[in-house]
Design a protein around this ligand. Structure first.
Ligand code: ASP
Length: 440
């Protein structure tokens, strides 16, 4: 039988009603054998995630403050779910062990991990699945780096004999057996690891949106969904802030060539977005997605005969390195070079950076311009379509957007443009209209 690994995020497991939807999804397909669960998330806007409640409660314990009340609120979240589901389960023993561990300062990662731990016990009971604690199987090395090879082996062996199981997301353990978590949102990573360890046919990541949209819905009115996206395209869009999936969730499944399907627990009839390593399927539109971010600055450098000066670029980058500033892009002309950096990293360092470049490179002219927004137009279809850049720039010209920078990667997978921050939204709408609306 094919095996599917399914991961449910915090909003999908926030209360008893959501648990029922999850059970319907899991039990409707026998190949959904391994379920990775997050801690209960927000039930409504303004609600607090159980993970955050745990962090707060543990911080109180470490300060020596009484944390009884705040721990009771956590217990109530789980007890509400248990009562709502009508299952015969008591977590009292677990609650008291965890409280003890808090009092003995078992560590912040341990504290945070208890949300997925407890939620998975409840879900396993409700589904009638086995509960597997990942602590013994998902391993980190002494430096705290996740160890995929050891984990695949240990987890693969363990799960080989199990038909149906629920596995808490978000954590594993260190060589000394203390609990270690991934960074926030890390249950996505666990799902990917489990999928790779059992060689799943697919990793379904169930959340509260029906996959990725071509553009940000707060900028474009009802953007179309993305049906299929490659890992590389996703990486380009994610860099520009198109969130949904934890960045580290890609590599375990990518290495094992397992597709990810982002699905919506509240709309299981939607097909969601497939993330694949390569696709023969041409996308409906030339572009796959548009994403962007504000908050960049450009250091413009001019010098006659720059092109002939060996080591010029290196010296510019050295000046940045010396001031601990990372660069994002570096489009250049014959006698000009623009270095784009995130404005945040430049705060308080403008003068030392310019002084250092002056000292090392002796430019004729140099200035810093702020308030730049970058927009990435990404699509595997661009390579095969002539006139993409032409259409893009004519759309922007018609919308009266002044393009300040253009950077097309040699992969022809994306074109990055820089515009004034005040033109950001207009530019995105103009691009969407040109490549999606007018094609529909
Ligand atoms: N519960 C953890 C968090 O809130 C991990 C996760 O949900 O993926 O970050």
């Amino acid at each position: 039988m094919d095996t599917k690994v399914v991961k449910f995020g915090g909003s999908s497991l926030a209360d008893a009603e959501q648990f029922r939807k999850v059970a319907d999804i899991v039990l409707s397909d026998k190949s959904r054998r391994f379920v990775v669960a997050s801690a209960p998330g927000k039930r409504f806007s303004g609600d607090v995630k159980v993970t955050d409640m745990l962090y707060n409660c543990y911080d109180m314990a470490v300060k020596g403050e009484s944390f009884d009340r705040s721990f009771s609120a956590i217990e109530a979240r789980f007890n509400d779910i248990i009562t709502g589901l009508g299952i015969d389960l008591s977590l009292d023993k677990e609650f008291s062990d965890i409280k003890d561990a808090f009092a003995h300062r078992a560590g912040r990662d341990y504290a945070a991990s208890r949300g997925e731990y407890l939620n998975s016990i409840v879900l396993a009971k409700f589904l009638g699945f086995e509960f597997i604690d990942p602590a013994g199987y998902i391993r980190f090395d002494e430096t705290g780096t996740f160890d995929l090879d050891t984990t695949r082996k240990l987890l693969g062996e363990k799960l080989a004999d199990i038909e149906y199981a629920v596995i808490p997301g978000f954590y594993g353990s260190m060589p000394n057996d203390t609990i270690k978590t991934f960074s926030r949102g890390g249950s996505d990573v666990t799902g990917s690891i489990v999928a790779s360890a059992v060689n799943a046919v697919i990793y379904e990541n169930w959340t509260d949106v029906s996959g990725f949209l071509i553009a940000n819905p707060t900028i474009v009115d009802k953007p179309e969904p993305i049906t299929t996206i490659t890992y590389r395209e996703l990486r380009e869009l994610a860099y520009m802030g198109a969130g949904v999936l934890h960045e580290d969730a890609i590599f375990p499944v990518r290495r094992a060539n397992i597709p990810i399907n982002i699905r919506n627990t509240n709309r299981p009839e939607d097909k969601g977005t497939f993330i694949v390593s390569d696709t023969a399927e041409t996308s409906r539109y030339t572009i796959t997605g548009i994403a962007g971010k504000k908050g960049f600055s450009v250091i413009q450098i001019e010098k006659d005969m720059m092109n002939a000066e060996i080591g010029f670029g290196k010296n510019v980058l050295r000046a940045l390195e010396k001031n601990n500033v990372a660069f994002e892009h570096m489009p250049s002309g014959i006698d000009t070079m623009s270095v784009i950096v995130s404005s945040e990293t430049l705060i308080g360092k403008e003068k030392p950076v310019l002084d250092e470049i002056t000292y090392r490179c002796h430019p004729d002219k140099m200035e810093i311009e702020n308030n730049l927004a970058l927009i990435a137009v990404v699509g595997r279809g661009m390579r095969k379509t002539r006139g993409t850049a032409g259409r893009l720039f004519s759309a922007l010209a018609h919308a009266r957007v002044n393009v300040k920078m253009i950077d097309q990667g040699s992969s022809e997978l994306n074109i990055i443009i820089g515009v004034e921050e005040e033109d950001f939204e207009t530019a995105i709408r103009a691009i969407y209209d040109m490549f999606v609306l007018t094609v529909k």
